[in-house]
Design a protein around this ligand. Sequence first.
Ligand SMILES: Nc1ncnc2c1ncn2[C@@H]1O[C@H](COP(=O)(O)OP(=O)(O)OP(=O)(O)O)[C@@H](O)[C@H]1O
Length: 267
Amino acid sequence: MSVNAPDDRIVVMAEDLTVQLGGLPVLRGVSLTVHQGEAVALLGGNGSGKSTLVRSLLRLTPIERGRVELFGTEQSQFTQWSRIGYVPQRSPVGLSRAKVKEVVGSGRLGRRRPFLPASAADRAAVRAALETVRLADRADDELTHLSGGQQQRVLIARALVGEPELLVLDEPTAGVDLEHQQILADVLATLLDRGLAVLVVLHEVGPLSPLIHRAVVLREGRVIHDGTLPEALHSHVDDLHEYEPPLRAHWLDGAVAPDDHRSGGER
Ligand SMILES: Nc1ncnc2c1ncn2[C@@H]1O[C@H](COP(=O)(O)OP(=O)(O)OP(=O)(O)O)[C@@H](O)[C@H]1O
């Protein structure tokens, strides 16, 4: 699995971020950079602030103090959101009748001409994204007919179809078996070879380990490690062991989704 070295261009720069939720501090002075071509893993125990950090970088959660630059532009001035693909934590809710190609195609809406059907370029982009995640043969299947690991790859294809330069993934391996984690690792290796930057929240690094250039570990909303993955695993093993799958789950818009929507009516 060969991965190019990152280059000097900074894709994400966060400085001294402080975020409060429900009146409580969730991030306390967090700084982080991601370079073009770099894979950064965001690690830490339950509730350490990983998802909040990702969401505040993407302007989905308001920042109390500090600043974020995306591709060299102050976040408040940034408008080129198609340069970023975001895969939130997977949830069982919604889109249950949608076909794989429709889910992936929805990631293209930002690039589509308004009120016109998908163009040949849109359809080709959907095909290419599904080929990248190795699911081209499942385009016409319903999303729910796929395994959890395959659904995760559909969501990655959805994030890729807009042709982003930065891919942000929140726990893509949660609940995914080892075989599918390995496929995911191969997909991410392909993307890194193409020069994408990857920021990935993980609780277990597993087959993704060889891809990770840098690991950032959070504890109680603070960065306690920003360095190599082996150092992180050696020095902060306790932070990485206390993990249970989150109860809360974001769907495509990051909304909170209670479990009882599982069999429910969002069609
Ligand atoms: N909307 C909210 N209102 C109030 N508190 C919140 C909200 N969202 C998250 N929190 C709290 O903020 C803290 C950090 O949550 P966050 O989801 O960022 O952690 P995490 O490291 O991603 O955890 P996990 O691994 O469990 O997903 C937690 O204590 C959580 O309960």
